[in-house]
Design a binder for this molecule. Structure first.
Ligand code: PLP
Length: 355
């Protein structure tokens, strides 16, 4: 970016107001992506960050200060939890973890200094759908802000601002990118006050997203609707099929009654996506569960969900406080764009191999 004359030089971050000033605050490509995410999420403005975790960190740095208190669900994405425990506590922020299914009873956890309430719905791996409107009502009564990790719904199937949320973030790395080959995040705000607070912090933290990655995200958005439709259908069909299998105790898919908080999904969401978890019956040992994952042929093993390839990851919650008692029996599945009958056959042969 070059200025047209000496008097036009300006280091302002708010490029919606003043036009393009400096790449750190966004290039025209970054701002185009931000505008489109903002339109999808029906927010006031959106910031693009170099990853979803960067968005989480920036939100916390922008809104919290020493001596303030934050509430975080036990089901939150693990690096979000670790940022709270390992960084924010070091800077004097008080952090309390709450059960994700708490609903309106969250009221009892508020302190005079509670500033921020995080939600993630459904939660990472254990998939609890939260009563976000009840949590938001309680938070707003004490003047706290509600922040939602809206990655699972792609910012589309849950209209966060209509359900009381003040700030949303997404890992655009996931459904918006759509091909497991970029890292990007977004933060979308409801109002100007939050926009100003975030913008001035974003400028100083210096976390600029690559415009090349933004152009890949813009390309991903062109196929987002058809990908989501295909992923929803395939994932729901496989989830329903898995409920019939004798090896499985629970299918944690928000659109099934067996998922904690299913009633809130039914009330508040307009669809589901491709990520859900299964819990094996109690007799299965950890080596058997690992054997199931290793026996899968079409499913790869990896974290970067929401792309076109199906993935499986086994988790072990034996030593994790605040999570349901699924122990080593939980496996998270990401459904991709392979043929659904091929995926079913793959799951069936891997289940057989556990015996
Ligand atoms: C729910 C959720 N939020 C945030 C992130 C972080 O995103 P990124 O990998 O882009 O930093 C992830 C990544 O796995 C995630 O699953």
């Amino acid at each position: 970016m070059l200025f047209s004359n000496a008097a036009a030089v300006d280091d302002a971050w708010d490029q919606y107001e003043v036009g393009y000033t400096y790449g750190l605050y966004g290039t025209p490509t970054t701002l185009e992506l931000a505008a489109r995410i903002c339109e999808l999420e029906k927010g006031f403005r959106t910031f693009i960050t170099p990853g979803g975790q960067g968005a989480i960190a920036l939100i916390n740095l922008a809104f919290l200060k020493a001596g303030e208190h934050m509430l975080v669900p036990e089901s939150i994405y693990t690096p979000n939890r670790k940022f709270a425990v390992e960084v924010l506590r070091r800077f004097g922020v008080e952090v309390t973890f709450y059960p994700p299914t708490i609903g309106a009873e969250i009221e009892s956890l508020f302190r005079k200094n509670t500033r921020l309430v995080w939600c993630e719905s459904p939660g990472s791996i254990t998939m609890e759908v939260q009563d976000v409107p009840a949590i938001s009502d309680a938070a707003h009564r004490v003047g706290a802000l509600v922040v939602l990790d809206n990655t699972w719904s792609a910012g589309i199937y849950f209209d966060a601002f209509a359900h009381g949320v003040d700030v949303t973030m997404q890992a655009l790395t996931k459904y918006v990118g759509g091909h497991s080959d970029i890292l990007l995040g977004s933060i979308t705000v409801r109002d100007e006050a939050a926009y100003k607070r975030l913008g001035s912090t974003h400028q100083l933290v210096g976390c600029a997203a690559s415009p090349d990655d933004c152009s890949l995200a813009l390309r991903g958005m062109k196929t987002l609707a058809v990908r989501l439709k295909a992923l929803e259908e395939a994932a729901f069909a496989l989830a329903r099929w898995l409920t019939q299998r004798p090896e499985i105790e629970l299918v944690l898919h928000p659109a099934l009654p067996s998922c904690p908080g299913h009633e809130f999904w039914k009330r508040d969401f307009t669809g589901s996506t491709g990520l859900f978890s299964i819990v094996f019956q109690r007799q299965f040992t950890k080596p058997q569960v690992l054997r199931f994952v290793d026996a899968l042929d079409l499913f790869e093993i990896g974290y970067s969900w929401a792309g076109v390839a199906s993935l499986a990851v086994a988790y072990d919650f034996h030593s994790t406080q605040g999570r349901p008692n699924y122990g080593h029996r939980i496996v998270r599945l990401n459904i991709g764009l392979e043929d659904v009958n091929d995926l079913k056959a793959d799951l069936a042969q891997a289940l057989e191999s556990m015996k």
